[in-house]
Design a protein around this ligand. Sequence first.
Ligand code: FAD
Length: 456
Amino acid sequence: MTPSLSPIRSHHVAVIGAGAAGLVAARELRREGHSVVVFERQKQVGGTWIYTDHIEPDPLSLDPTRSIVHSSVYGSLRTNLPRECMGYRDFPFILRSGVTESRDPRRFPSHREVLTYLRDFAKEFAIEEMIRFETSVVKVSPAVESDGGDGIGKWRIESTENEMKIRRDEIYDAVVVCNGHYIEPRVAEIPGISSWPGKEMHSHNYRIPEPFKDQVVVLIGNSASADDISRDIARFAKEVHVACRSNAADMYIKQTGYSNLWMHSMIERVHEDGSVVFQNGKTISVDVIMHCTGYKYHFPFLETSGSVTVDDNRVGPLYKDVFPPAFAPWLSFIGIPWKVVPFPMFELQSKWIAGVLSGRIPLPSKEDMVMEIKTLYSTLEAQGIPKRYTHRMGMTQFEYNDWLASQCGCSRTEEWRKEMYLTTGVRKRTQPETYRDEWDDHHLVSQAHEDFSLYA
Ligand code: FAD
């Protein structure tokens, strides 16, 4: 079917979350002429970058009734992307002239610097005036049949403000979900764990290394968090062992530069006497197992009668990782892809959603969107890619971004940004200890700053 353009219209749009995704969504929606309300359950903007000493009462974060601590950021965290690459395209992550006090000028700065940058962004574009802080969205459901009658879907949003003192029940034309995806932990299945006497926790609840003094700790995972946290803890712990299912079954390597840090294959099983047995045959007595095993997509407020589901970490069906065809364009998601450079992608997804909602950018028919999603799923299956990797992008992110850019009439991803992402990835693998402080891609930094002069 040929897509048809409707007249340009502005809509009343709810954005859930004021992290990096929600902030840029709000900006782009307002720029496009929509009226926007952002719901944010915390007291300030920044989402996951708001560091807190607090952790959840359940160290594995499995109890559904626990009080949620949103941030997973730990004290020593520095970004794993260089700031030039990481920032929004038209609001570079640089130190602006005259503002240097209390800033972290490093290329891979601390989490505080990212939060400051997001606050600056919110201030520059007067986003806060659209935000209702300390307001949790508790339910989002279709108010009338989506796309019925006038072609506009309506959504009922129920929210609570100031710890339930105010309850609201409102109708919006469209909802953009930006609630973050690092809150609901995944944990590894370990044979024998129910009778193992040690302490289990998820990296979501890791903040500082001192409590691990003189302990024997096993971390499970091969992500950036496992890399960083194992090294952080090794400064205090007696021994640190990293187990990972993608490592060869016989792997047992002492990490260069450390006397107490080893890489292993996966855990085979654990025993009542506190021991942990690895697939490589090694057995050690362990105090703590930390799961650095990532997170699940979670939309506890969303009621779509099964039209949008999360199945083995596949959110679907979603056209281009953004629109569920059954509700397009009135329901959309920002930030679903992973292994990406998030902020510039959020920016492009936001521009696309804003333009599609106003009718300036056409969407294919529902049938065509559904067909494309089915083709994607069959291709993944044929390639033997598990469902849980549906939204993993890596290098394909740039093709995806360029497609979004073409829809929105924006320029493609800058060559320097792609190359910087690639060279940083290589350095991370080859010099994990020093990649944040030693580099040789100075020419890319210069090219980035040439581009930034357009915006500074
Ligand atoms: P979030 O920042 O999580 O924001 C979501 C917001 O939604 C929160 O403010 C939350 O309070 C709010 N919210 C949720 N549910 C509700 C509700 N029901 N009602 C109202 N409000 C709600 N990215 C990089 O680019 N570089 C890095 O170096 C990097 N390092 C990372 C390290 C760690 C440990 C983690 C966890 C992530 C890292 N990331 C990094 C990825 C990071 O998550 C993204 O960069 C980005 O900040 C995500 O933004 P978001 O807006 O999607 O989610």
